[in-house]
Design a protein around this ligand. Structure first.
Ligand SMILES: [Zn+2]
Length: 295
């Protein structure tokens, strides 16, 4: 800790500093900021997968399957492809094509203006596009709700067709889209599915995905010996292999790095990096709002 304080002036300041001010100082002081964003960030700015937003959009599916949340529902093994696309078309409109701007994302973009940063996210929604982020700085490691892949993963390419999605949403009845609207793989004829990672099957990773991955890895490499702030926002423990664990490992490997986790839940932190770890447990949207206001 003593050594860390020589690198980070903020750590020598009064510990009663409000959390937003504290984080603001760290952001100003960091030489590089690696931001990991999970579902908690979207939820904090209104894109929740439970409650009214879900029950308003899917009353029929909830009545039939007793779903509790939209993410769980989106991973469900539907009875056939017509039902799968009836659900997914409405889901894609809500969480991608018609998703409004999230204020917390706009605030984050403003805060990062002129900063040396890069983002990795497990969110597949449209929040970064909608908030006008520089997409060269965002790595979407879990796919995108606006993209499709062959359900056999027979080739590494993704597809998209917004107008067909709209037609599916419009022309469905009794939770089924018309059979002729079901999209098929142009190579093997299998049904298409949303470009999302599946625990067993993995995910189709096309050229665009690899470009994002390379940019992210290049950023990490170029900044690995600097005073790096690993900032985790709303990252839970569903897929810790993508953000949480790598952030913790990179923090451990760099004695100048700090790991800041913005989360209302208190997750286990490995002993080795506890002195380098700080938790912001106040409301994510409010903290970002305060920082952006004072920036
Ligand atoms: Zn195929």
């Amino acid at each position: 800790m003593q050594q860390l304080k020589t690198h980070w002036q903020t750590l020598t300041m009064d510990s009663s500093l409000p959390q937003a001010d504290f984080l603001h100082q760290l952001i100003e002081e960091a030489e590089a900021i690696v931001i990991g964003i999970g579902a908690g960030m979207s939820a904090a700015t209104g894109f929740t997968y439970v409650g009214k937003r879900f029950t308003d959009a899917f009353p029929d599916f909830i009545a039939k399957y007793r779903f509790f949340d939209m993410l769980q529902a989106s991973l469900f093994d539907f009875e056939d492809e017509q039902e799968y696309w009836a659900f997914q078309s409405r889901f894609s409109l809500l969480n991608f094509f018609d998703q409004p701007v999230g204020e917390a994302y706009v605030n984050l973009r403003r805060i990062m203006k002129d900063k040396n940063y890069h983002i990795i996210t497990t969110n597949a929604d449209n929040a970064f596009y909608a908030a006008a982020f520089d997409m060269e700085k965002v790595f979407r490691i879990q796919g995108e709700y606006g993209l499709w892949q062959c359900s056999n993963h027979c080739h590494q390419q993704t597809y998209h067709d917004e107008s067909l999605i709209r037609q599916m949403a419009q022309e469905q009845s009794d939770m089924k889209i018309p059979a002729e609207l079901v999209p098929h793989c142009p190579k093997c004829g299998a049904v298409m599915e949303i470009n999302k990672r599946n625990e067993e099957k993995g995910m189709v990773e096309d050229g665009h995905f690899h470009e994002q991955k390379e940019r992210y890895e290049k950023f990490l490499k170029e900044n690995q010996d600097k005073k790096v702030l690993f900032l985790e926002i709303g990252v839970g423990h569903t897929t810790p292999q993508f953000i949480k664990h790598p952030f913790q490992q990179m923090t451990e490997a760099n004695p100048k790095a700090l790991f800041v986790t913005m989360n209302q839940k208190d997750y286990f932190i490995p002993h080795a990096i506890r002195p380098q770890t700080m938790r912001i447990d106040e409301d994510i949207a409010e903290v970002l709002h305060t920082i952006a206001l004072n920036d």
